[in-house]
Design a binder for this molecule. Structure first.
Ligand SMILES: Nc1nc2c(ncn2[C@@H]2O[C@H](COP(=O)(O)OP(=O)(O)O)[C@@H](O)[C@H]2O)c(=O)[nH]1
Ligand SMILES: [Mg+2]
Length: 209
């Protein structure tokens, strides 16, 4: 069956507000199950409040390597010392049913997806200012200056890839960024080739002589 769902790649540095935006997108009444977020595999350990199978599939390195060897990943990358990967099977099933998929992945993963799926749309989210990014990265008071500087360096290195993306958003106000994200997703959903598959029956009735 033709893939009528769209793959949306969303990248940002940590601290740009990406997770809250993704959650808000999924919670919109108009989303109505037509948009799902892919749950990645990772070798990093779960943070307090994170659930296996919900936020990530938490696996150890040997398991992750076995998945690579089995060709289970659409893309995978080492991100700041941990492995992260997007599994292929579930995504293909969703896309075939016309469900759009969000991939919360880094720039390395984004490159791999673009190579394999040129019709994927990619979105980069920037924080509104350097100061605000620093403030968000500093939120955990107990961290040393060195740890905070490390986070800032990671954020800058992620942001340096902004120009590889189709869309660039600034998370200045949450509502504005959410509206823009929504608009991108809805516009892509109205793509003629995809709508023609979705509305086959309607079209044949409308066009009947
Ligand atoms: N390539 C790739 N990157 C991923 C995947 N899952 C998460 N990431 C990225 O890994 C980075 C670290 O994610 P995480 O450990 O959740 O920490 P965060 O910075 O608090 O979001 C983020 O840039 C994510 O977008 C994946 O499956 N593949
Ligand atoms: Mg994350």
């Amino acid at each position: 069956m033709a893939h009528i769902g769209t793959l949306f790649i969303i990248s940002s540095p940590s601290g740009a507000g990406k997770s809250s935006l993704i959650q808000a997108l999924l919670d919109r009444p108009s989303t109505d199950g037509r948009l799902q977020v892919s749950v990645s595999h990772t070798t990093r350990s779960a943070r307090p409040g994170e659930e296996h199978g919900v936020h990530y599939h938490f696996v150890d390195k040997p398991e992750f390597k076995a998945l690579i060897n089995r060709g289970a990943f659409y893309e995978w990358a080492e991100v700041f010392g941990n492995y992260y990967g997007t599994s292929r099977e579930w995504i293909d099933q969703q896309l075939a049913q016309g469900i759009d998929i969000l991939l919360d992945i880094d720039w390395q993963g984004a490159r791999q997806i673009r190579e394999q799926s040129p019709s994927a749309k990619s979105i980069f989210i920037l924080p509104p200012s350097r100061e605000e990014l620093e403030r968000r990265l500093n939120a955990r008071q107990q961290d040393s200056a060195e740890v905070i500087q490390g986070r800032m360096a990671k954020a800058v290195s992620e942001m340096s890839h902004y120009d590889e993306y189709d869309y660039l958003l600034v998370n200045d106000t949450f509502e504005h960024a959410l509206n823009q994200l929504s608009a991108i997703i809805e516009a892509e959903r109205a793509n003629t080739a995809k709508q023609a598959v979705r509305y086959q029956d309607l079209l044949s009735r409308l066009l009947a002589e």
